[in-house]
Design a protein around this ligand. Structure first.
Ligand code: DGL
Length: 298
């Protein structure tokens, strides 16, 4: 059983690709609709919320959790892996969605010792559209820069987009907002089309057609869900002890929000009917975690 976590609906785009690539695995999805979106929250809040959601998935029986949320992965994954996991859950693992994108754009494995060499056909300019905190974390430019220092990385925050998606806004409103952010991005790029565009928020593939329509032709959009699925399949091959295939077991969908409302919109986004069940991550609050405690009272 593999946990898949997002602040809301966005992780469903990754889950869909994981299902397709790994049909014999059982996935448990958790959307923190009650506390999301995370993209405009402070990094310590995101860390605290991500930790308690991940802990909840561990307690449900997952030994492996995928943070299908760029905001959570870029601000919190390393801290959780280094500071929390070794003591709290030493036999468990957490993966994110940033690593597969960085590997794909640089052509370098994450653990490579040396940077890549510039090679024919590899992208020279990469544009990233993401939430405010993913942009502020600088995770993508820093990690790409370590592996392919000659690549120009231009970031554009889209701070209002996830709210529109989560709120079920009409396509015209979302198209106008996407166009505005793409215009800002193109200004930073001085009008030159980037070689590659990363939609660095798992919500954005839900409206990928709107991004494709607003971006200049020739800018290839990387598919984070597909890259994440390929990366997870390879990881499971290398770590067979972390999860056993179990195609007979049902997939479960949990939300910290209103399960009826979330099921309605989630089914639209997921492309088939899904029934969300209610779950609370707040029971994980303890006195040693004042950041989480203060969030629960907000
Ligand atoms: N879908 C998430 C991401 O990839 C989170 C968006 C949000 O919570 O603001 O960043």
């Amino acid at each position: 059983m593999i946990g898949v976590f997002d602040s809301g609906f966005g992780g469903l785009t990754v889950l869909r690709a994981l299902h397709d690539a790994l049909p014999d695995r059982r996935f448990v999805f958790l959307g923190d609709h009650c506390s999301g979106p995370y993209g405009n929250r402070a990094p310590d809040e995101i860390l605290a919320l991500t930790r308690r959601a991940t802990g909840t998935l561990f307690d449900l029986g997952c030994r492996l959790v995928v943070l299908a949320c760029n905001t959570a992965a870029s601000t919190s994954l390393r801290r959780l892996q280094q500071d929390w996991l070794p003591n709290a859950y030493p036999d468990h693992r957490i993966l994110g969605v940033v690593v597969p994108m960085v590997e794909a754009v640089t052509g370098m494995p994450w653990m490579a010792d040396l940077p890549a060499r510039p090679a024919e056909g590899r992208p020279q300019t990469v544009a990233i559209l993401a939430t405010r905190q993913t942009v502020l974390s600088n995770a993508y430019p820093v990690e790409i820069g370590k592996r392919a220092p000659w690549v120009k990385v231009v970031q554009q925050a889209c701070p209002r987009l996830v709210d529109l998606i989560e709120g079920g806004a009409g396509r015209d409103a979302m198209a106008a907002m996407v166009r505005r952010y793409v215009d800002d991005l193109m200004e930073k790029l001085e009008g030159r089309a980037p070689d590659v565009v990363m939609l660095g928020c798992t919500h954005y593939p839900l409206i990928q057609d709107l991004f494709a329509a607003a971006l200049p032709t020739g800018a290839a959009i990387l598919s984070q869900p597909d890259l994440s699925a390929r990366s997870l399949a390879a990881y499971l091959d290398r770590h067979p002890d972390l999860d056993q295939p179990d195609s007979a077991a049902p997939q479960r969908f949990y939300t910290t929000g209103d399960p009826d409302a979330v099921s309605r919109l989630g089914s639209v986004f997921f492309g088939r009917t899904v029934r969300f069940e209610s779950i609370s991550t707040a029971r994980r609050i303890d006195g040693a975690d004042p950041q989480v405690a203060s969030l629960s009272m907000a």
